[in-house]
Design a protein around this ligand. Structure first.
Ligand SMILES: [Zn+2]
Length: 314
């Protein structure tokens, strides 16, 4: 059985050419530099973004040092994830004073819907803005929503005010935690981990779609980076024979040209063979880091809820 669907080939996220890591009251953020230039990323790039994001996750997962420049170069290539959009259960959350957070998010830490104050929620993602500036922004968004316009255009305009705004930033802790979770889900899918289910943070929430009758086909449209990454991840790990794998030697995520392949490069295959020829065993959760040392320790999941809860209460 083959479904007649395709990915809408249009820009799906906007990226600035310059970001920095800045410290705010809420902690460290990645945020665009003032006066940075905007560019658009085509939907076809979502797969590359997923692989690179998983490989950032591998480093967080195995407690390796991740340098600021690595995070910044990922974000300058693909943009921020779009967590503010992803964690709200309602699509047009700016229309109400409260925002309903979806069951799984990195803010409340509860697997339950939770209502919270819209201003406080937005403050987490707009660390430079004062309350009255956020109020003004909400008004501008509501004005966009009051215009009779095609929904796809409205979403683009709203995103530009919100998750693709030059004032929108994401906490480094949140990006790191999500990268780690996604990489953990890849390892779980390779049946190497004790937990077997796909993490519910991986979401198809609010995916755009286009249904055409002639020929009968369904188009899927991504509206932000996390959605493109999550979609590609789910499509790959739910295949009967998945070619998305973690290298058995270095742990890097890769697409295997042959479904039986276990290593991402001939170099890793050779090194694994040398290791085995010395009578040593490659343990299930063991990888060789870039510096050649062995990692087996997995970073515990961080409970970010305590961290962010105080900003929602203020
Ligand atoms: Zn490898």
């Amino acid at each position: 059985m083959k479904a007649n669907y395709y990915i809408e080939s249009m820009p799906f996220c906007e990226v600035f050419d310059k970001y920095s890591i800045e410290s705010f009251e809420q902690g460290l953020y990645i945020i665009p530099d003032k006066k940075a230039n905007r560019k658009q990323i085509p939907a076809e790039k979502a797969e590359d973004a997923m692989i690179e994001f998983l490989n950032l996750g591998r480093k967080f997962y195995y407690c390796e040092d991740v340098k600021d420049v690595e995070l910044i170069s990922f974000v300058e290539k693909y943009g921020l994830l779009g967590f503010m959009e992803d964690f709200s259960a309602n699509k047009y959350y700016v229309t109400s004073n409260d925002v309903l957070l979806r069951g799984c998010n990195l803010i409340t830490g509860k697997d339950a819907l939770m209502k919270t104050d819209l201003l406080k929620y937005m403050k987490i993602f707009f660390p430079r803005l004062k309350e009255n500036q956020i109020e003004k922004l909400i008004k501008e968004c509501n004005k966009i929503l009051s215009e009779p316009e095609m929904e796809v255009i409205t979403i683009q305009e709203l995103n530009r005010k919100l998750i693709f705004s030059e004032e929108y930033g994401e906490p480094v802790k949140m990006i790191a935690e999500y990268a780690k979770i996604l990489y953990g889900a890849l390892r779980a899918n390779n049946n190497e981990e004790e937990y077997k289910r796909i993490n519910p943070l991986i979401s198809m929430n609010k995916l755009g779609n286009e249904i055409h009758r002639v020929p009968t086909e369904m188009g899927v449209r991504f509206n932000y980076l996390k959605q493109g990454i999550d979609y590609n991840f789910l499509i790959n790990v739910t295949q009967d024979v998945s070619t998305l794998k973690a290298c058995k030697y270095c742990g890097r995520a890769f697409f295997a040209s042959n479904p039986k392949a276990e290593y991402d490069t001939p170099g890793c295959k050779n090194k694994a063979n040398v290791y085995k020829s010395r009578g040593k065993v490659l343990e299930k959760n063991m990888i060789f880091k870039d510096d050649g040392s062995i990692a087996t320790k997995i970073a515990p999941s961080e409970d970010l809820s305590k961290f962010f809860a105080k900003f929602l209460k203020k």
